[in-house]
Design a protein around this ligand. Structure first.
Ligand code: DQA
Length: 160
């Protein structure tokens, strides 16, 4: 089984970016932990971060088996079984991302470090959530581990 972990804009700055909200764990530490969990679960992992929305859309198409995404990393050009997604601020605005997932029918779980429902009104809505298998937020970096386990369990058992 192949899983992609996809991170949206500004998440490359984790560790120093508003640590009182997002914690002090860096994205590369989150990647390391996700790779350990993936090894334990026996799944292959591709991990990436995007500051440009179109690149993420290209990657979703390729991961869904529809497109070659020449501009993205080679490991994102192969079809995946599912994705874990922290779309950052695009979560709240991007119908294009929601459309990308539904267009290629790539199963995904949405994850956020902060509890988006306890934040500013404009962050309390996700345009992705209705298409997601599940949504996990508010547990900081540990949420990636929980969400990855949940996604793999859901894909393996067919249970939501
Ligand atoms: C975030 C929440 C978003 O509102 C914000 O724009 C982010 C990070 C989170 O992980 O808590 O960039 O997705």
């Amino acid at each position: 089984m192949r899983i992609a972990v996809l991170n949206g804009p500004n998440l490359n700055l984790l560790g120093t970016r508003e640590p009182e909200i997002y914690g002090s764990t860096t994205l590369s530490e989150i990647e390391g932990c996700a790779r350990e969990v993936a090894d334990e679960l026996g799944v292959q992992l591709a991990f990436a971060q995007f500051n440009h929305e179109g690149d993420l859309i290209d990657a979703i198409h390729a991961l869904g088996g529809r497109g070659t995404a020449p501009g993205v990393a080679p490991e994102l050009r192969e079809k995946a079984d599912g994705a874990l997604v922290n779309a950052g601020a695009w979560t709240h605005t991007s119908l294009a991302l929601a459309d990308a997932f539904s267009s290629v029918k790539l199963p995904f779980v949405e994850v956020h470090l902060s509890n988006i429902f306890a934040r500013e009104p404009e962050r309390r809505h996700s345009v992705l959530a209705s298409g997601a298998r599940g949504l996990l937020c508010g547990f900081g970096a540990y949420g990636y581990e929980m969400a990855l386990r949940g996604l793999v369990h859901s894909l393996r058992t067919g249970k939501r």
